[in-house]
Design a binder for this molecule. Structure first.
Ligand code: DGL
Length: 315
């Protein structure tokens, strides 16, 4: 792998930018190619076969046309339904978000009972239930199909990122912003149903996994809506951590004065390092809605996304 590796990051839309952000924090000295398959979003309502076709086409674009040497599938839906297909389709290491998400749940949960919110397709696949079970956890999964469109429309208020401090305290005000109020009501509806199901099944959940990479953008609202004592976790941070270990392992590089390929936890980073370094290159691609990507992408990434290039991956 090159000293400055090209890392491909893929999602159906903007949500994967939450994973890209976490990756840049840990691996600033890299070239990133991010693809949002916005023309074919949402993946979450589609069949395994269709998701696998879309995801493998996207993966091939990043590897064969952008030179990605390592691929992060920053989409739970594609990770849950198409990880094997993607691994078969490209000759580079591929990391999905489900296993890091389950590992983070294991680290967070004391009761061993976790709740997962995700897209319809992810829930139908049972991937989180299986991954959690492998970690000795019981899981209940709930599909929340309205949340991705609300995020893609930007009905989220100002995004708040983990390093900004207590996320719930910074939740956008639902009373002051009518769009945020709609999103808040939808979140509370889904969580209410999930709470009722957990109680009916005798669960004692203490952890809620955001099983869709769009949902961290709703984290402040979700944290305000969960029951007391329930910790909200997402797989962006744990996926970035896993990617860092894998890439450092492969490259076998030591920390050096240029900051090349270092492996640090986010809390170890000084504020300067939490921003993209001079050596970070981010190239964004989308299959549609380039203007919207440029408008909303920087808010989601917390860094300028620059000029987003339109790519055509077919129908
Ligand atoms: N961000 C994707 C995920 O993590 C899903 C969005 C979609 O439905 O396309 O599951």
């Amino acid at each position: 792998m090159n000293e400055k590796p090209t890392i491909g990051v893929f999602d159906s839309g903007f949500g994967g930018l939450t994973v890209l952000r976490a990756l840049i924090s840990r691996l600033p000295h890299a070239r990133y190619a991010f693809l949002g398959d916005t023309a074919r979003l949402p993946y979450g309502s589609k069949s395994r076969r269709t998701i696998a076709r879309y995801a493998t086409e996207s993966a091939r674009f990043l590897v064969h046309e952008q030179g990605a040497e390592f691929l992060v599938i920053a989409c739970n839906t594609a990770s849950a339904l198409a990880l094997d297909a993607i691994q078969d389709a490209v000759p580079v290491p591929v990391l999905g978000v489900i296993e890091p998400g389950a590992a983070a749940a294991r680290a967070a949960s004391r009761t061993g009972d976790v709740l997962v919110i995700a897209t319809d397709a992810t829930v139908r696949s049972g991937a989180y239930t299986a991954a959690c079970k492998a970690h000795g956890l019981r899981a209940i999964e709930k599909a929340c199909p309205l949340l991705v469109p609300l995020v893609e429309e930007g009905w989220i208020g100002p995004p708040v990122f983990p390093e900004a401090g207590t996320v719930a305290d910074a939740a956008p005000s639902a009373s002051a912003n009518p769009q945020v109020a709609v999103t808040d009501r939808v979140i509370r509806f889904y969580l209410g149903e999930l709470r009722a199901q957990a109680a009916a099944e005798g669960f004692h959940p203490d952890t809620l996994v955001l099983g869709c990479t769009h949902y961290p953008l709703l984290r402040p609202l979700i944290e305000k809506a969960v029951s007391a004592g329930v910790r909200v976790i997402d797989s962006a941070e744990s996926t970035a951590e896993a990617a860092t270990h894998l890439i450092n392992g492969r490259a076998n590089l030591e920390e050096d004065a240029t900051g090349a390929l270092i492996s640090l936890g986010i809390d170890d980073l000084d504020p300067e390092r939490k921003r993209a370094g001079d050596n970070t290159e981010v190239h964004c691609f989308a299959t549609d809605s380039v203007d919207k990507f440029e408008r909303l992408g920087s808010r989601f990434l917390g860094l300028p996304v620059g000029k987003v290039q339109l790519v055509d991956l077919g129908g």
